[in-house]
Design a protein around this ligand. Sequence first.
Ligand SMILES: *Cc1c(COP(=O)(O)O)cnc(C)c1O
Length: 428
Amino acid sequence: MDHFNYRDGALYAEDVPLSRIAEAVGTPVYVYSSATLERHYRVFAEALSGLDAHIYYAMKANSNLAVLNTLAALGAGVDVVSEGELRRALAAGIPASKIVFSGVGKTRGELDFALRAGIHEINVESINELHLLNDVAGALGVTADIAIRVNPDVDAKTHEKISTGKKENKFGIDIDRAPEVFALAARLPNLNPITVACHIGSQLVDLAPYRAAFLKLAETASALRAAGIDIKRIDLGGGLGVPYKGEEPPSPAVYGDLVREVFGGLDYQLMFEPGRLIAANAGILLARVIFMKNGDERRFMILDAAMNDLIRPALYEGHHDLVPIVERPAGALEAPTDVVGPVCESGDTFAKGRALPDIADGELVAFKSAGAYGAVMASSYNSRLLPAEVLVRGDEFAVVRRRQTYEELIGADSLAPWQNGAVGQAAE
Ligand SMILES: *Cc1c(COP(=O)(O)O)cnc(C)c1O
């Protein structure tokens, strides 16, 4: 459920007409609903009631400070995957004690920064990383609480580019090697291995891979305890899917029931890292039609948003419903339309043959479910400006990231020292 609905024929974000935001901020612009973010977080938290559950929002889904702040106010911690994200989390006011650090390739500098910040836990993904972290912790004179991410070799049955829990994926250590790797970590003087972690993929629409992974995790954790390793927590990762086009992913309640079924009687603190579930349907990307173009074979809708603003369709065939800001009457005639951006690549296509009503040049349209893995993946390819982001709350809205300026876009470039002439003089 989200808070983007038609009222009297106009699309609103909560109590704000989207046309008003487009007028004030321009397009393309991401618009987030506070009420939807809060609702998703609460529904997930309530689904885990009765468990010793701790939620670390996976901020790579949407790392805007205002979004982080909204979730932090509800008690969320965050899962970060880079020093940049860690800095953002701290800047948003999230206490270090509520930050965990995941990722398959953290550098010495990043580990050092994380330990100095005093974060809750670092999720280690390889033996080399164990040694590096032990080294860095030793130099700082601290002992690092760590999770070791295991790869349970479970097929998440999601898109191959967002599947992470199979043996051939780069993530975690083979679950069969957990006893030996945890034993090694326990021997290293500056590490304190207390958590078994796992994250098998994103946009999961089936509970079965979770069940398989959870059972393996529970078994592994108890084997580790039996071997004398003091496992205190299990991190179940994120990955719960959302409906982009009529999928019916397991509800948080059903997911919570499975967690209770597997871990309910066991004495572990449980950690969760949902990203998409919290943010996806809490955001839309608002764009304007530059031109409609009727070819012999196809009808094209050319938008002022492009793959650099929202890359999910180009990157992993992501689907986003597209709706006009001015509501069409039920049963309005629709025709197959290719929805594209202005970028000079055929891959800059949001949808092919999408059934859409007649839409005029200059009209506003919205891509639904764009709150996760949208703005965070934006680039300035084709020297297009990074889009603006807006947060709505009730009848208020605020720009929470201003649109990039041309000065910022170009200003970081410079000429090499041997290019001392002004451009244009070289031809003489
Ligand atoms: C990406 C990621 C998540 C969040 O995945 P969602 O599908 O957005 O819920 C959680 N944990 C880790 C380690 C991740 O890399």
